[in-house]
Design a protein around this ligand. Structure first.
Ligand code: NAD
Length: 259
């Protein structure tokens, strides 16, 4: 426990479990008040209660809300602003992965992935940025990209396109908001061990660890610590960047045997 974010308010979307949950927990452990969003309202409340119980202090509030729905984002941000008076950090973490072969991919799946990942991140950032600009807050916006926005992966075409778009979103919004003292960056995680990824693939952790030069798959805390750094005063001159966290997986391409 520390106080690096005491007095600050952080909003984290898609945070009932996984990476978002770890980010909320880390901010709360460093003294921040945290708005923990999830489309599953029960999960959001449970996750908030779990962190508060661990800390022994009420720092996290659960917010039900679908990031694919702009009116839901705006209502949530209005409520957070009314309650806390400011938003200092916005982590647009919510994202969905719908696997599928390119030749068979359906328009409905494509639209869902675009809607939550791209449109949702864009309008979450916009809603938070409006509060930061209105209240002259030197805010931090952190978007969630992926290594699949850097390297092509079979079955992740639509998802990868959104994650590449989020890298450009960070650059573009950083330019838009720099004059207000707001920074915008993205994190691009590689294989990260979460409830979902473990469930989707047997031996997920071991299989990915074997492919990573560091020989470890990411933990959720590897991502959370980078988010806290980008949200800290130490990172005030870093903006428009995408930080790849992947144990070196994207550094190399396949080579013939013997190299
Ligand atoms: N886990 C990984 O290996 C990995 C790698 C690269 C990037 N990412 C990205 O990191 C982010 C978090 O990934 P994760 O694996 O922790 O997530 P996850 O799939 O475990 O989901 C986390 C939470 O998001 C919620 N959610 C889904 N759709 C939502 C919506 N429309 N509005 C609000 N909440 C919603 C879910 O209910 C869930 O509780 C995502 O953007 C994902 O694309 C994850």
């Amino acid at each position: 426990m520390g106080d690096k974010f005491a007095g600050k308010v952080a909003l984290v979307t898609g945070a009932g479990v996984g990476i978002g949950y770890a980010i909320c927990r880390s901010f709360a452990m460093e003294g921040a008040s945290v708005a923990l969003n999830d489309v599953d309202g029960t999960l959001a409340s449970q996750a908030a209660a779990q962190i508060n119980a661990e800390l022994g202090i009420e720092r996290v509030i659960g917010y039900a809300g679908d990031i694919g729905d702009v009116s839901s984002i705006r209502a949530m941000v209005a409520d957070i602003t009314a309650r806390f008076k400011h938003i200092d950090v916005c982590v647009a973490n919510a994202g969905i992965t719908l696997f599928g072969k390119f030749l068979e991919y359906e328009p409905a799946a494509f639209d869902r992935v675009m809607n939550v990942n791209l449109r949702g991140s864009f309008f979450t950032a916009q809603a938070a940025a409006r509060v930061m600009v209105d209240r002259q807050i030197l805010g931090r916006i952190i978007l969630m990209s992926s290594v699949t926005g850097v390297q092509a992966m079979l079955g992740l075409d639509a998802y990868g396109i959104t994650k590449a778009g989020i890298r450009m979103m960070a650059r573009s919004l950083a330019l838009e908001l720099g004059g207000y003292g707001i920074t915008v960056n993205a994190i691009a995680p590689g294989a990260t061990v979460t409830e979902r990824t473990k469930q989707e693939t047997a031996n997920y952790e071991q299989d990915w660890a074997a492919l990573m030069p560091t020989k470890h798959a990411n933990s959720v805390d590897d991502i959370a610590s980078a988010v806290l750094f980008l949200a800290s005063p130490d990172a005030k001159q870093i903006t428009g960047q995408t930080l790849v966290i992947d144990g070196g997986w994207t550094l190399y391409s396949p080579v013939p045997p013997g190299y």
